[in-house]
Design a protein around this ligand. Sequence first.
Ligand code: LP5
Ligand code: MN
Length: 240
Amino acid sequence: MTTFFIADIHLCAQEPAITAGFLRFLREDAPQAEALYILGDLFEAWIGDDDPQPLHAEIARALNTLHQQGIPCFFIHGNRDFLLGRRFARDSLMTLLPEKKVLELYGRRVLILHGDTLCTDDVGYQKFRKKVHNPLIQKLFLMLPLKWRLQIAAKMRAGSKASNSHKDLTIMDVNQHAVVQEMQRHGVEWMIHGHTHRPAIHNVELGEALGHRAVLGAWHEEGSVVKVSADGVELITFPF
Ligand code: LP5
Ligand code: MN
């Protein structure tokens, strides 16, 4: 019995190799799991469930098929697809989770999250996040015509790329104090997240106890998955 975790697939119509790799993973690898958790940024940018891109329907169908094979899929929003909503969840049969969730897995308590909220040194991003997570702003955005939403998302992506190009790399990583605080608050020995695109398994000193933090890799050139079973926690990369 194994539970799979993935994040930062960043699916978009312009990257067909990533889509093909992800669909192959859902068909051939994911059926071996007991459950699949997607920890955010499944899509490169999500501007509303009413976006008629064929890619979205194709991914919903593939996740739906996995569910029908008896493998439930759970989703935590990322900073690119925080607007993914009930309609896509219904079509894909994915269960939407809150931004942090504690799982009891084979005798371990594991905190799962996207990872962006741990980057507390990135003050500019945290301010931006607060604005775009405001329910009223989201509601107004979703009322705009699709074409305007696409233009705003493109501006945000360009703004983000420009601002990231002169941000210090350490600012864009997790803050160690935030990691320890979250793990202690939730009483967990493991944390699994994505977002930073720095795949690794780190030890975390939690006072007297030793905890661990698994960071998922982004699906740029290859796939990345964390497999949790009674035997342990493994971080694996594989070709598309
Ligand atoms: O995403 P990535 O890897 O480039 O960088 C992230 C942080 N950036 C973001 C922004 C997203 O990329 C934008 C995604 C938009 C898709 C959905 C649109 C829905 C809109 C809904 C509105 C209600 O998350 C980046 C972090 C980095 O991770 C590492 O953690 O540093 O943070 C920033 O870049 C924030 C900047 O400091 C400020 C962002 C500039 C945005 C410019 C806004 C222009 C808007 C124009 C609107 C008319
Ligand atoms: Mn992210």
